[in-house]
Design a protein around this ligand. Sequence first.
Ligand code: MG
Length: 380
Amino acid sequence: MPASDVIRSVTLSQVILPLRTAISDAKVLTGRQRPMTEVAFLFCEITTEQGFGGVGFSYSKRAGGPAQFAHAREVAPLLIGEDPSDIPRVYDRLLWAGASVGRSGVATQALAAIDVCLWDLKAKRAGLPLAKLIGPYRDSVRTYNTSGGFLNAPIEEVCERAQRSLADGIGGIKIEVGHPDRGVDMARLKAVRSAIGDAPLMVDANQQWDRATALRMGRRFKDYDLVWIEEPLDAYDAEGHAERARRLDTPIATGEMLASVAEHVRLIDARAADIIQPDAPRVGGITAFLRLVTLADAAGLDLAPHFAMEIHLHLAASYPREPWVEHFDWLDPLFEERLETRDGRMIVPDRPGLGITLSDQCRAWTVDTATFGVRDAVGV
Ligand SMILES: [Mg+2]
């Protein structure tokens, strides 16, 4: 097989995934957001002259999905004829095409779907799972469940789901806190701790505390032996997070809302967290993710990527320090395959690339699509 290949076609799809129940975290209870009823995905599929195919995705919760799709559609024609293995060079080309709208946020989240697709393709050309292409430290990653612990769910249901998750081989449980009534947070935490025994437990305040409340609540949580307290403060309050990380015994985790490598560098430089939580689609793709986690490792930080376990499992497997990956079953209907959990860990699949195939249901939920170049019935 020649070292070089050529991109023959690019297909972009906007897919709206409906959620079974409307989701509320602390941002809804403080009136900042409405309950979430769907997630918008931007899928990118690429085929090559040699007959390979790749698939990648980015996403947006609430607003932003149509904008991601529109931006990707504008720059995607530049991919035709490029060598798909030259990921940073090709990415830069797309970045400069959209330079007027910046190097973060919607612009680079649109490119993230393309970047993830190019990494999937590269691993498939090599016949390797993505983790093996990058270079893993482990073939499974500790995993915890979030989707059972939202604030809209009655506590009995949260406890029952937590027990079911542990029985299914998931290693830890995260619940949402940040309720305007602090007593509710304490009661829910107490109930879940007693339902799951000594199993690893995390809490997520979704940025809804001020600095004083975060410190006070962090101290009240001390006896619950939490793995971490997530997003106690506004996502961009690096200084406040750093101070909390210094003053509390419980580790602080944050970073999911940040939208570029530069924003994460600020967090890392400030030592604002013990555990960094980047999200590859949100920071502009796998290329950007790998750059920032190299800096996080050098700073001695642990890693727990946010959402999109189908991508992050491979990236977490390749991080030097023992990480966590977030188990969310929301995306299951989009793909043919399922990720396996066993003994508290998620197993890296041995399929080439990300190891995902778009399902018929995913096609049925597609609301907009655009193809550039010539797409044959091969590859993807
Ligand atoms: Mg979170």
